[in-house]
Write a protein that binds this ligand. Structure first.
Ligand SMILES: [Zn+2]
Length: 323
């Protein structure tokens, strides 16, 4: 009997306690929604009140204003929301890659590309794809890192040099004179050795290029095939991954390479040694470079594996995981 009474008391207490918690949280959220906007909350400053009023009059609803409050701490950043109504603010703000500083660019890019999803729009703008290639160029200061990004928006400094280049002997390279960064020297040799055991012959035909070599190459492409062709198939000096010493071209730069068993082997196995296919088919609009099945980039096993599993480019990887 006593046990039953005790049990009943405990249960009643439990119910009372949780009711109180629910009451508090409901009341709390009410304060955040209605009274905040109406300016009745004692904690709200006049500036904040005017800010919210203005957002309301621009056409943002209470739910979106709450989201702005929650996601954007910086008042300077908040203030430029007052310049206009962003039609898709709520959708962009819910995207994984959202960065309020780029809201204007998201809206513009979405107008031009209604075929993209909201996540694609934010991802591509974060990569910089709303800018023309070779505009808004960033100089990569940490260019000796193995994860340095070099593309048509990112270049290594004009005076960049590397002091850890090693010579790749024959038969790993076609002339025994190719240079690669020490970080990928062993993994590269290991990969070529392991491939050989499976009857796959991989030979490095191009690796590190200094600025002069890259300049001459780009000029040669331009002279022989015109600037458009050069821009598509070559890189301007300081914009080539080959200048990092972390990129390799295997066997041949003929289009037939994509049908070879060597290419198939690389596609299936290179990530295990830390290499990625850097300029895949149908990703030209992201990488900025035409499909180059022979071109591989060293990034280390962890990153290469992630990129391989998710079937993404290095540009997408950086926005997704290194923001
Ligand atoms: Zn290459």
């Amino acid at each position: 009997m006593i046990k039953k009474v005790l049990l009943t008391i405990i249960i009643i207490n439990f119910i009372a306690f949780f009711s109180l918690i629910i009451y508090i949280s409901v009341t709390d959220s009410k304060i955040k929604t209605e009274s905040d906007i109406e300016g009745q909350n004692q904690n709200i400053t006049n500036d904040e009140y005017i800010y919210k009023e203005d957002l309301l009059s621009l056409g943002y609803n209470v739910k979106v204003i709450e989201m702005i409050e929650e996601k954007i701490a910086n008042l300077d950043v908040k203030n430029y929301l007052l310049s206009r109504k962003y039609d898709h603010f709520e959708e962009f703000a819910n995207s994984e890659y959202f960065n309020i500083q780029n809201i204007e660019r998201y809206e513009e890019y979405y107008l031009k590309h209604p075929e993209y999803t909201i996540d694609q729009v934010t991802l591509y703008v974060e990569i910089g794809l709303d800018y023309d290639f070779y505009t808004n160029i960033n100089v990569v200061e940490d260019y000796t890192s193995i994860t340095a990004l070099v593309n048509k928006y990112n270049q290594i400094p004009d005076d960049a040099t590397f002091n850890n280049l090693l010579t790749l002997p024959k038969p790993y390279s076609n002339n025994g004179k190719k240079h690669v960064r020490s970080e990928m020297y062993e993994p590269l040799k290991q990969m070529i050795d392991d491939a050989k055991k499976e009857g796959i012959k991989l030979v490095v035909i191009s690796s590190y290029r200094d600025k002069t070599v890259q300049t001459n190459l780009f000029n040669k492409y331009t002279k022989n095939n015109g600037l458009d062709y050069a821009l598509k198939y070559s890189a301007k000096p300081r914009h080539s991954e080959h200048e990092l010493g972390l990129a390799i071209d295997f066997n041949t730069t003929q289009p037939t390479f994509k049908k070879s068993k060597e290419y198939k082997w690389l596609k299936d196995n290179a990530y295990k040694y830390g290499f990625i296919e850097r300029y895949p088919d149908k990703k030209e609009f992201i990488t900025g470079f035409a499909y180059e099945p022979w071109h591989y980039r060293y990034l280390g096993v962890d990153i290469a594996t992630k990129i391989y599993i998710e079937n993404i480019t290095f540009e997408e990887y950086l926005v997704k995981y290194q923001k």
